[in-house]
Design a protein around this ligand. Structure first.
Ligand code: AP5
Length: 217
């Protein structure tokens, strides 16, 4: 049972690879972005606090996201967890260590998807997902097999994220550089950090991640 972090700027491919690992290995994807979007859609107190912050592309408070992860961590005890979009600050990294230690678990690998920032805007602006089952697509890089029909559930309803516009993406990237990149040495010092070329085609990125994870089993 592995516990791994996928790190990288917006559009690096964290969600794409986490969903694949979940399907292929039975690991549990813990995406703070998805949890926050669910809270916004449900209109919970957390969702009401997070909505405007997310629409600006800024980070939601460490206390809120760490609590969300803590609530879901036990559900991933047997299969292992993929932390997708968490941690994003040093305080979150320390909170995760504590949450794992309290449960007698540990972090096995941290994988950073290394990407060219200029390509990210194109990736994000072209992204859409199935409104029914959530499968992620891209206008150019991962279109549906039959135009406008979901490959997985056959739905013809799709949605795009409100924060997937160029202006917000630039803020999200700046947040990543200022607050998340500085936590890389925290994992490098513990020899947990691996860099993968996130500019490679999706299947190749997946294959590189598999090599790292198989080496850690
Ligand atoms: P979140 O949902 O985590 O967004 P993000 O980090 O900006 O990441 P994305 O989901 O945009 O990108 P991704 O790396 O998953 O890329 P994807 O696989 O979809 O967070 C949203 C907001 O919530 C934040 O801005 C913040 O406000 C808040 N938040 C969340 N977590 C927080 C935390 N811990 N602390 C504080 N605030 C938090 O890929 C993108 C597209 O590219 C897809 O269309 C895909 O098909 C395509 N693609 C993927 N890989 C490739 C490839 N190799 N080649 C070509 N195309 C590819």
């Amino acid at each position: 049972m592995l516990n791994i972090i996928l790190l990288g700027p917006p559009g690096a491919g964290k969600g794409t690879q986490a969903a694949r690992l979940q399907a292929a290995r039975g690991m549990v994807q813990l995406s703070t972005g998805d949890m926050l979007r669910e809270a916004v859609a449900a209109g919970t107190p957390i969702g009401r606090k997070a909505k405007a912050v997310m629409e600006r592309g800024e980070l939601v408070s460490d206390a809120i996201v760490s609590a969300l992860i803590g609530e879901r961590l036990d559900a991933a005890a047997e299969q292992g967890a993929i932390f997708d979009g968490f941690p994003r600050t040093r305080a979150q990294a320390e909170a995760l260590d504590l949450l794992l230690t309290e449960r007698g678990r540990k972090l096995d690998q941290v994988i950073e998807l290394d990407v060219d920032e200029d390509a990210l805007v194109e990736r994000i602006v072209g992204r859409f997902s199935c409104a029914k089952c959530g499968t992620g697509y891209h206008d150019v890089f991962r279109p549906t097999k039959v135009p406008a029909v979901c490959d997985v559930c056959g739905s013809t309803e799709f949605k795009r994220r409100k924060d997937d516009n160029e202006q917000t993406v630039r803020t999200r990237m700046a947040e990543y550089r200022a607050k998340t990149e500085p936590i890389l040495p925290y994992y490098e010092e513990r020899r947990l950090l691996h860099r993968v070329d996130g500019m490679a085609p999706i299947d190749q990125v997946a294959a590189e991640i598999d090599v790292i994870l198989d080496g850690a089993v």
